[in-house]
Design a protein around this ligand. Structure first.
Ligand SMILES: NC(=O)c1ccc[n+]([C@@H]2O[C@H](COP(=O)([O-])OP(=O)(O)OC[C@H]3O[C@@H](n4cnc5c(N)ncnc54)[C@H](O)[C@@H]3O)[C@@H](O)[C@H]2O)c1
Length: 270
């Protein structure tokens, strides 16, 4: 088996954007991973009913041990074409350390682990957020965000977020973008690419939860969106499919904003 098929690995594969990605890559070898084996199996079953073949393994992305198991599973099943990293939590999780650890520290753990599997034409696509674009560049926290495993990283960033989990989410997602810049040379030496995608409001379980918490904010965002609607998971998956394809072979170390045009309006209002 080793080295034969090109595999597409989707973290957060049970989630809204993760499942949409599996559908976009339906004719390729897909490996789904998510927090629990139950979620993975359920997703594989849903996809099978639609005629999409996928295999999978559970991985808590905050656990180095689980990530080791995942990368071994991937290596046993083929060679890495794409890591599509959609697993994450929103600011509705009120534990700031948890948001930072899942959304940023774990992203670096995955990038480091998958670097070992990357070869010519492999690509890592990391999910950031349009809200990362509201966090300005600042040398005081950017160094910490770009090095999230550093002993003081969380404490340094915490000084700027006023104990607000939504703000911590925005900072963590800026960190995701900084990780693409930090790793681009290393990946590039292998002929591999690393990029991020920043969705706007996309109608998935994550966004619906946030909408319950802040209905007025979500309505304001929709009205401010030039396209006057929220996005659908398939609209992110289509961009990710492009980024993983040969058509995007000169795109690396950058972020692609897919937000219906709203973030420029929000920044003006702030
Ligand atoms: N939906 C939006 O409006 C939106 C907007 C901007 C950015 N994003 C980003 O896109 C990505 C996907 O979002 P979504 O809307 O599909 O969310 P979702 O909640 O539908 O899916 C996220 C998945 O991540 C998994 N996950 C969470 N913690 C995990 C962990 N420790 N280990 C393994 N898996 C874990 C969850 O089980 C879930 O299946 C996220 O990174 C999110 O921050 C989403």
């Amino acid at each position: 088996m080793k080295g034969q098929k090109n595999v597409i690995v989707i973290t957060g594969g049970a989630g809204g954007i993760g499942q949409a990605c599996a559908r976009a890559f339906k004719n390729q070898s897909i490996i789904i991973t998510d927090y629990s084996q139950g979620k993975v199996d359920e997703t594989i079953e849903i996809l099978a009913k639609e005629g999409i073949d996928a295999t999978g393994i559970a991985c808590d992305i905050t656990s180095k041990k689980d990530i080791e198991k995942l990368t071994q599973y991937v290596a046993d099943n083929g060679s890495l074409k794409a890591l599509i990293h959609t697993a994450g939590v929103s600011g509705t999780v009120k534990d700031l350390k948890k948001v930072y650890t899942i959304d940023l520290v774990a992203t670096e753990l995955l990038v480091d682990a998958f670097y070992k599997l990357a070869g010519t034409d492999s690509v890592a696509v990391l999910l950031s957020s349009m809200m990362a674009h509201t966090v300005l560049a600042n040398e005081k926290y950017d160094e910490a965000l770009a090095n999230p495993q550093g002993a003081r990283s969380f404490d340094i960033v915490s000084q700027f977020v006023d104990n607000d989990s939504d703000l911590m989410y925005n900072f963590a997602k800026r960190g995701v973008q900084l990780l693409t810049h930090k790793n681009a040379d290393k990946w590039g030496e292998k002929g591999a690419r690393i990029v991020s995608v920043s969705p706007g409001v996309i109608e998935t379980p994550m966004a619906l939860k946030a909408a319950e918490e802040h209905p007025e904010r979500m309505e304001m965002i929709k009205q401010a969106t030039p396209l006057k609607r929220n996005g659908q998971p398939e609209e992110i998956a289509d961009v990710i499919y492009f980024l993983a394809s040969d058509a995007a072979r000169f795109i690396t170390s950058t972020d692609i904003l897919v937000d219906g045009g709203v973030i420029h309006k929000i920044k003006k209002m702030a």
